[in-house]
Structure formats: structure tokens, C-alpha cells
Design a protein around this ligand. Structure first.
Ligand code: FO1
Length: 310
């Protein structure tokens, strides 16, 4: 089974780790959102690439939900003492990764090549494919005006009420050829349990990507369980966009793109109302075994859908 997994943020990275334990590097490619990227302190920061990188390297900081485990914060403490910006926290080891990426980009490497250099150095064998090497930046339109994503998410701590999203640069951005080539001969696509608006929609908005997905079965794993987002502001955003914070509303958001939908056991009563094939299982991932079990459920589901498509 050769799959493309679409992911962004911590929730998606959890399932991605599970998939990486079940499928080898020639069986799954991770397509990652770069709309959260920004330039900060002279560094190119790619948070969703970092979340996935640290998850696959099993270096992720599970307390913070971002960055690296076992961090020290001398850079931040010293920057604070020098009057620098410290609202976006960079651990000392994490800082080295952003510095290395920035240096590679400055030397002319694209984001894909820079990411490959870094993931290889961290012993990761699976490929992480940024959705594009061209810049796409998520702008959050909210009651404070238009905010760059990290200003909304970190500096304002997701407090502003969202009105809509804009992906600046997306019309000119080219879908990563690695992803396009993979899609041309893969067996299915998994949309990991990521925020549909800010982690998945940037990929779906890339010229040609949505069309390329129609050739293979696509399943999405709901990031909403029992009316809440396990991680992050998805449920809050849905409420502010006057969308019910339900798994069914996530399936509706993706519309006719989906061939199947994976929901949590706690939402099984809702499954009946969903018009596309649906499986109900445990989607809350606490342990590595949970991640692997959900990966196996999702793969089996795709295999069934593919067999049914003939
Ligand atoms: N999120 C926070 O809430 N506070 C931070 O200080 C913070 C720092 C940070 C540094 C590197 C990185 O890769 C991610 C970081 N994040 C932080 C998380 C980041 O804002 C989110 O992971 C994504 O943008 C949304 O998934």
C-alpha cells in the first residue's frame, strides 16, 4: 500500500508517527503544511515541518506540544536580558535546527532539500515533503484585523475571533513535484487529524492539488472528537465561523474530496448521518500503540475502499 499522508500540527504528526511505524519510506510520503512558516529573528521557521520532524525522530516535546524534548533555554533567557523578542520561544537545540535550515536556504537550497538534509541528519528515513518550495503564508482575518499565523496562534494565543483565512502566495506556489509524482502512482491518501482550516486547506488550495487527489481514494481522520479538538484551536475556529464543532462538520468541510471518514468511538451516533463510508474506532492517540493501531485501521479502510473502487 503506497500512501500520501497530509499533515500539519501536532495531531497530524501523531498519526504520521503511527504510519511511519507500519509503512516504510517507499510506502508513505508525508506532505506537510508550510502556511505556518514565518521569518523570525532572522530565521526561517517551519513549525509544521518541525512538529513532524521531531515526532518521527521521537524527539518531540510532549509537554509543550511543540519543539524538542530535553531542551535548555539559555538563548531565550539571554535574548530576554538583551531586550529581544521572546514571545516565540526557541529552545537551544531547536534553535540549531532553525539556524541550519536558514543557512541551507541562504545557500540556495529549496525548503524540500533543506528539510531532507535535516531529517537525514536526525536519522529519519521517511521523506517529509513541504507542500511547496514557494512561500505560502496563512493570514488569519479576525476581530483584530489581519494577523500573520504565528501572531494569531502564539503571540495572541488564538484569542481573537476568526472571520476567515487567506493563504498569501498560494496562486503562484507550485505543488512540490515530490508530492505530484508520488500521487501519480500511489494507492490512497490519508488526511491526518489536523486542523482543516489552517493545516490542510493550504495544501488543498495549491493549484492542481485537489484535482490530483480525485484519482485515488482519500480518507480523513477527524481532528474533532466529542465536539472538541484534541489539540489546538479547531473547535474554537468552527464556533467562530458558525460551523458546528462536530466530526460530521469536518467531513462536510472536505466535501466531495473524501471517499471515507474515520471518527472516534465517542462519535459513533453521528456516523449514521454521514453520507460517505465511515469507520468508527479509537482516534485519540496517547501511546505509540494508539498511533500504530489508528494507522493500521486507516490503512485497512483505504484498502477496502480501493478494492470497492476496483
Ligand atoms: N507554540 C506556542 O504556543 N508557543 C511558542 O513559543 C512556540 C514556539 C515554537 C517554536 C518552534 C516551532 O516549530 C513551533 C513553535 N510553536 C510554539 C508551535 C507553533 O506555533 C505551532 O506548532 C504551529 O504553528 C501550529 O501547529
Amino acid at each position: 500500500m503506497k500512501l500520501l499522508a497530509i499533515t500539519g500540527g501536532v495531531g497530524g504528526a501523531k498519526l504520521a508517527l503511527g504510519l511511519s511505524r507500519v509503512l516504510g519510506p517507499d510506502e508513505v510520503l508525508f506532505a506537510v503544511n508550510t502556511g505556518d512558516d514565518f521569518s523570525h529573528l532572522g530565521l526561517h521557521i517551519s513549525p509544521d515541518i518541525d512538529s513532524l520532524t521531531y515526532a518521527l525522530a521521537e524527539e518531540n516535546n510532549t509537554e509543550l506540544g511543540w519543539g524538542r524534548q530535553g531542551e535548555t533555554w539559555q538563548f531565550m533567557d539571554t535574548l530576554q536580558a538583551l531586550g529581544g523578542e521572546t514571545w516565540f520561544r526557541l529552545g537551544d537545540k531547536d534553535l540549531a535546527l532553525h539556524t541550519r535550515r536558514t543557512q541551507l536556504l541562504r545557500e540556495g537550497a529549496g525548503l524540500t532539500a533543506a528539510t531532507h538534509e535535516i531529517t537525514t541528519a536526525l536519522g529519519i528515513t521517511h521523506r517529509i515533503a513541504p507542500m511547496s518550495d514557494d512561500p505560502v503564508r496563512t493570514i488569519v482575518h479576525c476581530d483584530q484585523g489581519a494577523l500573520a499565523f504565528q501572531h494569531y496562534f502564539v503571540r495572541e494565543a488564538c484569542q481573537p475571533a476568526v472571520q476567515g483565512f487567506e493563504f498569501s502566495g498560494i496562486e503562484q506556489a507550485r505543488l512540490n513535484p515530490l508530492i505530484a509524482d508520488w500521487l501519480a502512482d500511489c494507492d490512497g491518501v490519508v488526511i491526518c487529524p489536523s486542523n482543516p482550516y489552517v493545516s490542510v486547506d493550504p495544501l488543498l488550495g495549491l493549484p492542481g492539488f485537489r484535482e490530483a487527489l480525485t484519482k485515488v481514494p482519500v480518507v480523513a481522520v477527524s481532528p474533532i472528537v466529542g465536539g472538541i479538538a484534541i489539540k489546538g484551536p479547531a473547535a474554537k475556529m468552527m464556533a467562530e465561523l458558525q460551523v458546528p464543532a462536530t466530526a460530521g462538520a469536518v467531513a462536510g468541510h472536505y466535501g466531495d474530496l473524501l471517499d471515507g471518514f474515520v471518527m472516534d468511538n465517542s462519535d459513533k451516533n453521528e456516523a449514521k448521518q454521514i453520507k460517505i463510508p465511515t469507520i468508527v474506532t479509537q482516534t485519540i492517540m496517547v501511546t505509540l500503540a494508539d498511533r500504530v493501531a489508528l494507522a493500521n485501521d486507516t490503512i485497512r479502510f483505504l484498502q477496502q475502499l480501493r478494492a470497492a473502487q476496483g
